[in-house]
Ligand binder design. Structure first.
Ligand code: ADP
Ligand code: MG
Length: 293
């Protein structure tokens, strides 16, 4: 394509709500055949709300909410916000944690009211040799089968409960996936969340390939593996945990509603956070390059 055509394409992109880092970006989209979609905040709204609270025998619901809520209050993760807001609504003002640490892709840990508290995936508890009793494991499995994310809470060396949060699929996501398929692209859902939740989102949006339970630092490796299979990969993401994968992909598309880290790592930004703009971007680049009319 001529430089002029590329400039026109870039300008047309802006009208469609697609910010393109440079005209050369359009060139790199031409061979894209696979689109990897982050789940939380990309295919789903990322606005989660607290649903069920399940406690182990001997644990009070208010204490569970207070300790978990206090710790999550210090985190910016969408799951953390849902838990902190829900806990505050249900139990009142939360204490400030004495210490707090974010464990990427696993959860949070810290000290609240003198208790060593963990909130996150079962793996986070396993790292501290804390087992989930059968009752809580069953509650977690039941919630996940319904497509909710279940987070486990432990303190002072024992699992105390399960909190479930749920997020909604964006109402434009299924149409966007259908549009990507019409362009001949293979959509793949990639997430750190558990397989049951991921599969429920995939079913709802018409995606049939799911790569779940991937740690943030491993998302870029998944992209590299797909490239090693000979695919040309576009990655769409919104989070700090997607930045490396966005940079690794042949084409990185950042949600404009996402984090600065994602926007900086991407080649283009979907300003309105509407996944349909991903299909628009690929169509635009093909038109600009004269592949389709
Ligand atoms: P995604 O890849 O879908 O954007 P993340 O990599 O951010 O998700 O998180 C993966 C999983 O780790 C979450 O689904 C959740 O189970 C757990 N997790 C991460 N951060 C937190 C937190 N602050 N509180 C509880 N659980 C968390
Ligand atoms: Mg995300």
């Amino acid at each position: 394509a001529t430089p002029t055509a590329l400039m026109v394409g870039t300008g047309r992109g802006a009208q469609l709500g697609i910010l393109i880092k440079g005209p050369e970006v359009l060139e790199s989209t031409r061979r894209v055949d696979t689109v990897v979609l982050d789940k939380t905040g990309t295919v789903t709204t990322g606005r989660m709300t607290l649903r069920d609270v399940v406690t182990a025998p001997g644990t009070a619901e208010t204490e569970l909410l207070r300790l978990a809520g206090a710790l999550e209050h210090a985190s910016e993760h969408p799951i953390a916000r849902a838990i902190a807001d829900g806990a505050e609504e249900r139990t009142g003002p939360l204490p400030s944690p004495e210490s707090f640490e974010n464990v990427a892709g696993l959860g949070v840990q810290g000290v609240v009211d003198g208790h060593a508290v963990l909130v996150g995936r079962e793996k986070l508890l396993a790292d501290w040799a804390i087992e989930l009793p059968d009752g809580l494991a069953a509650a977690k499995a039941a919630a996940e089968a319904e497509g909710r994310t279940a987070v486990v809470v432990a303190w002072d060396g024992a699992a105390r409960g399960v909190l479930t949060v749920a997020d909604a699929v964006k109402d434009t996501s299924a149409a966007a996936v259908a549009e990507l398929r019409r362009l001949g692209l293979t959509p793949i859902l990639l997430t750190g969340d558990n397989r049951a939740v991921a599969e429920s989102v995939a079913r709802e949006t018409g995606i049939d390939q799911v790569i779940a339970e991937v740690l943030p630092q491993d998302k870029a490796d998944v992209v590299r593996r797909l490239q090693d299979e000979g695919r040309t990969v576009a990655m769409v993401g919104d989070g700090v945990n997607d930045a490396a994968a966005l940079a690794t992909a042949d084409l990185g598309l950042a949600m404009g509603t996402g984090t600065d880290a994602a926007i900086e790592a991407g080649d283009l930004t979907l300003v309105r956070g509407d996944l349909r703009a991903a299909a628009d971007a690929i169509r635009l680049s093909r038109r600009t390059l004269g592949i389709i009319k």
